[in-house]
Write a protein that binds this ligand. Sequence first.
Ligand code: PHE
Length: 348
Amino acid sequence: MDMEKAIIKLTDDAKAAVAALDFSDVSGIQGKIDALMVRFLGKSGELTAVLRGMKDVSSEDKPRMGKLVNDARFMIEGLLKDAGNRAEAAVLDFKLKTEKIDITAPSVMQEKGALHPLTITRNMLVDYFVSMGFSVTDGPEIETDYYNFQALNIPSDHPARDSQDTFFITDNLLLRSQTSAAQVRTMEKVKPPIKMISPGRVYRADEVDATHSPVFHQIEGLVVDKGITLCDLKGILDAFAKHLFGEHTKTRLRPSFFPFTEPSVEVDASCVHCGGKGCKACKGAGWIEILGAGMVNRRVLQVCGIDPDVYSGFAFGMGIDRITNLKFGVTDMRLLFENDVRFLKNFR
Ligand code: PHE
């Protein structure tokens, strides 16, 4: 009988196909079993083809044929399921063998990141002034000509602009050349007493060399209240220098000029390396300049709506990069910006 033969052939074929499977081929085996599934049991597979012959089977043979077909389906399903289980086990076995972890091998050390030296210095400076009661404010790096220059008593034809040549975006917008712009922004908003610092990035049209960079960092300080004098400035900066470089550090003020402070001073600290005797680091002077400062110019107070007959104040601005170099003995500013890990590793 044709139908019966066809069923026997089908099961024989299925057995042969499963027997021919190569279970050592772990990457291909599952795909091959899936293909057999389609070939024998799929919608247009061989079992379906055999079933099509049912319509020609006499009604007395139908129950027997039906049972034979069902048995065949059951058997083929079982064969393929077993093959699937074997394949899974083979894949797992392969993985266990090849992905074995050697727990006796030396471990790969994770490199630990660290703060950039400039960040370390900035945090240290900010912490110190916060401990002295200063609040911290932020200012935009893209400034207007007004805040960066004019309100600081530097009109457009003022020679002080030469030393602070910067990058102009428009006639009126520029990359700030000094954090002093934050003084004006603060005094416009906050009325005295004011005691603030403002750290941030500043820009100048400078060529890169060991002591210059077109991008560097400053921290601005501003104190405005009734009766503030140069003594307060000297006192705070003296305490600051001692904190930064050690108890034996001395400070001195030298007359200087900034359009927005009057009088203006340059503050030096006794050389950290030689204690004031004179060495290579301080070029024999015994002193190292750490910042610029002065009493807030009356005109700046006025422009910000603060009465200079009632209030007075001092301001200072220091380079964070410079302090970093002094503190850590870095001799070339470029090292701070090149991000060479061999350099940065020293600050962990
Ligand atoms: N802004 C000045 C500079 O960049 C420094 C300064 C700040 C001087 C505050 C006096 C008062 O050189």
